[in-house]
Design a protein around this ligand. Structure first.
Ligand SMILES: N[C@@H](CCC(=O)N[C@@H](CS)C(=O)NCC(=O)O)C(=O)O
Length: 212
């Protein structure tokens, strides 16, 4: 059976869980609390020298780190990866972009506000500026195409990007000026069977508890 070491509060880990669930794969989930240094113990570093979650362990014991590499491995041969070489590369374009130009701002601002106890004033302005630049880029793409990679169906690009975009408001990003992104979040959640909160998050304003 597959094993995933992950923290359920992390978008990087959740995207792996969502894919396994939509593919109906059997797997064991091992909870790793990133807030207590569990990714830096000798035992965990022996398993994953990157010292991060998610980590996938294959049935034969081989391991794979980096959330988007894990997605590509798990989705091999499924419709979540476009068949054509160019279309597949367009999907990868977004996966690489997510880790370099989106996650370091949107996910980090969310972590600092929602988990590290920082206030809006504590957040480095550059983090918010770069996060808004990332959202602008997504809005532009999604105003032209329903899905990020440009085809007729959701791909791993949508799955990877929705993980932190759907909770961007927790980092203080207001999604009101981004109607195409808001529609796309709902469509992507539906396409991958991602549970929506029982009380839908107000993505058109920073969560009030985060504004203090
Ligand atoms: N590029 C990595 C980022 C993984 C990452 O940042 N993981 C965080 C949780 S979201 C983590 O393990 N933090 C704990 C640590 O760095 O010790 C990926 O996509 O998997």
């Amino acid at each position: 059976m597959l094993t995933v070491h992950g923290d359920i509060r992390s978008g990087n880990c959740l995207k792996v869980k969502w894919l396994l669930d939509v593919l109906r794969r059997d797997y064991q989930w091992i909870d790793i609390d990133v807030m207590t240094g569990a990714t830096r113990t000798a035992a965990f570093l022996a398993l994953n020298p990157f010292g991060q979650v998610p980590l996938l362990v294959l049935p034969d014991g081989r391991t794979l780190a980096q959330s988007n590499a894990i997605l590509v491995h798990l989705a091999e041969g499924t419709h979540h990866i476009p068949a054509g070489a160019y279309e597949r590369a367009r999907m990868l374009e977004w996966l690489f972009w997510e880790q370099y130009s989106h996650e370091p701002y949107i996910a980090v601002a969310r972590f600092q506000r929602a988990f590290a106890g920082k206030t809006a004033e504590d957040i480095e302005p550059r983090l918010m500026e770069r996060g808004r630049v990332a959202l602008d880029r997504m809005e532009q793409a999604l105003s032209a195409n329903a899905w990020l990679a440009g085809g007729q169906a959701a791909t791993l690009a949508d799955l990877a990007l929705v993980a932190y975009t759907r909770v961007a408001h927790e980092g203080g990003f207001d999604l009101a000026p981004y109607p195409a992104i808001r529609d796309w979040i709902s469509q992507t959640e539906a396409a991958f069977g991602i549970e929506t909160p029982s009380e839908p998050a107000d993505r058109t304003g920073a969560a009030s508890s985060l504004q203090q």
